[in-house]
Design a binder for this molecule. Structure first.
Ligand code: URA
Length: 210
């Protein structure tokens, strides 16, 4: 893998991901674990945010204290599963703007079909983090990022929970300027476009559908 693919290695993330993979983990458990993992992933992916200082008063004295430099952020969720990751991210960074792109995967061709898009007007001035828990074929992520570039987005990262090697390769080839962050890269993609061993359908597992 190239330098622009980061597997966020952390014992807590690895442990929680294992709990999520278990087929008997309930919807409630899956959802709360996803929120916790989203916090941890956000902590890592925002490591390079710039800081400035602000003069504040503690109860004891004045000090120049670090604060985020106000570089504007935007999280873009690829519907519907992206919303599961998004929730935890917004909890950690409540002032971030949020965009949504609706994509579904044609079950025959496995190609991404866009049906909805709403993003902040000033997206070109923002650092954008595109989120989808599963990077499988890469088709949805590629289509979403292509669309966001047409809307003006310049500074993007892609964040997922689990990736297939095939999806990472496809996304890197289509958008080499967009670094990819994931909690794990699994063995392979199966013939139905599922990540193996994976965790099943992330949307179904978080919403209790199917
Ligand atoms: N989307 C999912 O939710 N799971 C997969 O394994 C692949 C794509």
């Amino acid at each position: 893998m190239d330098d622009n693919v980061t597997v966020i290695n952390h014992p807590l993330i690895a442990h929680k991901l294992t709990l999520m993979r278990r087929k008997n983990s309930s919807t409630q458990k899956f959802r709360s674990l996803l929120r916790e993992v989203a916090h941890l992933l956000t902590y890592e992916i925002t490591r390079d945010l710039e800081l400035t200082t602000e003069t504040i008063e503690t109860p004891l004295q004045e000090m120049d204290a670090p604060t985020l430099a106000g570089k504007k952020l935007c999280f873009v969720s690829i519907l519907r599963a992206g919303n599961g990751l998004l929730e935890g991210m917004v909890e950690l960074m409540p002032s971030a703007r949020v965009g949504h792109i609706g994509m579904f995967r044609d079950p025959e061709s496995l190609q991404a079909v866009e049906y909805y898009c709403k993003v902040p007007q000033d997206i070109e001035e923002r650092r954008v983090i595109v989120v989808d828990p599963m990077l499988a074929t890469g088709n949805s992520a590629i289509a979403a990022i292509t669309h966001l570039k047409k809307q003006g987005a310049k500074n993007m990262k892609f964040l997922c929970l689990l990736a297939a090697p095939e999806g990472v390769k496809a996304l890197r080839e289509a958008h080499p300027d967009v670094p990819v962050f994931t909690a794990a890269i699994d063995e392979r993609l199966d013939e139905h476009g599922y990540i193996r061993p994976g965790l099943g359908d992330a949307g179904d597992r978080m919403y209790g559908t199917k």
